[in-house]
Design a protein around this ligand. Structure first.
Ligand code: C5P
Length: 240
């Protein structure tokens, strides 16, 4: 994989105009654009097609979590958007993940397209070890054990990979093998502001630890020269 293809730029903006400006400016420096709840709910699914039309690939970050039938149906229609990848919560359980993987495969088959990658979110990085015990009532397990077990469960359900914190990359890579996709946010080059990110890793460190893709937003979008910032990250990745 080329260094540029590992970079997923977070389009954390409200409007199509802002998003498409970033796509036009940066499509040759990044592998994909992440459309999350903010932009998707503001502009609707057509935004994915518009990014594709400009030559960009899309990670649809909606974190599906519902009963298997509902998530399966959502996966079926999301497959029609021609996204590179989209995600769901592993906490929805085995049956939900299996149903989604089957619906995506069937729909891609019908459309004769290559299926989007499906990614499971294990434990959100905003959940602390204390929250796991006190609020979710998951006791007697270390947070990393929960994350790795849910990643393995996702793999068994034919989900393509996970979104995880940089600190979990190595454990997931060694448990789930080389073909399992690992996507990680919380990335900050040494020269960039941390913003509200606390536990951060540099782009090259994340890839060295075993990440396939890194999600980056503000270090590129808020830079004085976004294109130059993206090129600097590509060069850092190429030097690994
Ligand atoms: O601007 P920044 O690089 O912090 O953006 C990171 C992107 O990754 C945002 O869209 C954010 O919602 C997402 N993300 C994250 N940390 C997580 C999960 C997702 O920063 N644990």
């Amino acid at each position: 994989m080329q260094a540029k293809d590992r970079i997923i730029l977070a389009l954390d903006v409200d409007t199509k105009a802002q998003a498409l400006n970033l796509v036009k400016e940066l499509k040759d420096q990044v592998g994909a654009f992440k459309v999350g709840m903010q932009l998707f709910n503001s502009e609707g699914p057509a935004i994915v097609e518009e990014i594709n039309d400009l030559g960009g690939q899309v990670f649809v970050d909606l974190k599906l979590h519902d009963i298997p039938n509902t998530v399966g149906a959502a996966g079926r229609v999301l497959t029609r958007l021609n996204a590179l990848m989209f995600n769901l919560h592993a906490a929805g359980g085995r049956e939900m993940m299996r149903k989604l993987a089957a619906e995506v495969a069937d729909e891609a088959n019908i459309l004769a397209i290559s299926p989007p990658l499906t990614l499971a979110v294990t434990v959100l990085t905003s959940i602390s070890a204390d929250d796991l015990v006190n609020d979710m009532l998951i006791k007697d397990y270390e947070l990393t054990d929960v994350v790795v077990n849910w990643a393995l469960m996702a793999k068994e359900c034919n989900i393509s990979g996970v979104v995880c914190s940089p600190r979990e990359i190595q454990a997931i890579r060694s448990a789930c093998g080389q073909d399992f996709k690992i996507v990680t946010p919380g990335i900050r080059p040494e020269w960039a502001a941390k913003n509200d990110q606390k536990r951060i890793t540099t782009p090259s460190e994340a890839v060295r630890l075993g990440a396939d893709y890194i999600v980056i937003g503000r270090p590129i979008t808020a830079a004085e020269n976004p294109k130059a910032a993206a090129i600097r990250i590509i060069e850092e990745l190429e030097a690994i």
